[in-house]
Design a protein around this ligand. Sequence first.
Ligand SMILES: Cc1cc2nc3c(=O)[nH]c(=O)nc-3n(C[C@H](O)[C@H](O)[C@H](O)COP(=O)(O)OP(=O)(O)OC[C@H]3O[C@@H](n4cnc5c(N)ncnc54)[C@H](O)[C@@H]3O)c2cc1C
Length: 462
Amino acid sequence: MSVQTSFLEELLDTDQISYGDSERKERSTDWGTDEADGVMPDVVVWPESTADVAAVVTAANEHEVPVTPYAAGTSFEGNAVPVDNGISLDVSRMDAVLEVRPDDLQVDVQPGILGDDVNETVAEDDLMLPSLPASGSIATIGGMIANDSSGTKTVKYGEVADWVLELEVVLPTGDVVTVGSKAAKTSAGYNLKNLIIGSEGTLGVVTRATFKLTPRPEQIHGGRAMFEDIDAATAAIAEVIQSGIDVAKIELIDAFSARVSNEYLDTSHPDVPMVFVEFHADHSISREVERCRTAFEDHGVRSFDVSEAGPEMDELWEARSKLGKAFEPYDPDLSSLAAGDITVPISRYPEIIDFAKTLSNEHDIPVATFGHAGDGNVHYHIMIDPDDPASVATGETIAERLVERTIELGGTSTGEHGVGTGKREYLTNEYNPATLETMQSIKQTLDPNGILNPGKIFVDET
Ligand SMILES: Cc1cc2nc3c(=O)[nH]c(=O)nc-3n(C[C@H](O)[C@H](O)[C@H](O)COP(=O)(O)OP(=O)(O)OC[C@H]3O[C@@H](n4cnc5c(N)ncnc54)[C@H](O)[C@@H]3O)c2cc1C
């Protein structure tokens, strides 16, 4: 037991505290950070109520012990990985649906519940929380709020943040506040709800969230379009969005990603650029499908098959939904440098994909591009030889140039994965010094001792 954290014994039951190696090790990594990069917390605690969270944070603040909120650890940028030992505050036991209010189209949940579990509950009232990340089955609501996540359906329904009405939050001092409102809109005072969203657990621990919900669509159709080349696919995607065609999902998989997916799933999709689309409507769905077909035909689509939701469509979408895990096993000599996430305005989408392909050809390093194309979002995997320092250095250069170009095009260094430790350097490109100083002064005001998830977002915080 660490002397520094012995105060925990007075606050929590013994089964809520672990100094065990395996529990601490598990919380020193995420999907993008390996053990070599992460720091082990001294102790893991599992609060079971808002009172538990407030007690731990209050005491940690008094003793100036770092606290890193942790949920499911599916982040890519080290967001939930400590940089400074201390306490890993694992909220996964706070996973209840507190109340569904179908008449208000609302649900109250605890932060540790998985996104899909919320949807399973509210489906009983024919409602849904539409904007979950593709990781909805493995990631928590608290993690999504903290990372300002979005997903495949953001193109129609907005981000997770757009569905948050009210949050209960434990501040770094241990004070409990409620931000936002259960009313559909509010203009009462500063919008502190939006300050907490995307703060990556650096400004407060979310202990309860109220979401608005929407009725499930009566019709869901989806399908896949195949293109001769990547330029035609990206131009077609941009045209669909610019024409206001009502797609609920529109995702790109480039030819390299299609090959990787085929290897992983033992499927035989043609390895050409593919665009996966879904439509949601209560009526006139065929009109939107035909408008989309016309836009795709303008760009020489090879084929575009659409069907109603069901097993056939689910199988097709597997190529996209399982892609995240497919890159590591693809080639034993290659490893993904990082799971990249950038976003540009839609008119620049073809240009940034083309830039990624140019960098790949110039340096002879495979770069896969796919993602939530309708938002101008690009996920990329730069495949390097980890045993070859030159290959690693070239991969890092490609990553840097890609993010820098994104920012030059009016885009952002992270569309949805957050900053964590992995993207901190890019914030100085994206924002001017006064903007960053404003962000840091907010952190300083709310967390004068710098105990909550230190070392994240800002370069000079470590
Ligand atoms: C296969 C795969 C697909 C993915 N697809 C998407 C996608 O489509 N879109 C997308 O946006 N992301 C995606 N992600 C990234 C990731 O799943 C999301 O960022 C997710 O929201 C993280 O949730 P988590 O529960 O794993 O949080 P963690 O990774 O455990 O934590 C994330 C951050 O939230 C903080 N935190 C956790 N709980 C709380 C709380 N209660 N209060 C305050 N802070 C808290 C942590 O300190 C950390 O900074 C994907 C990841 C994987 C592995």
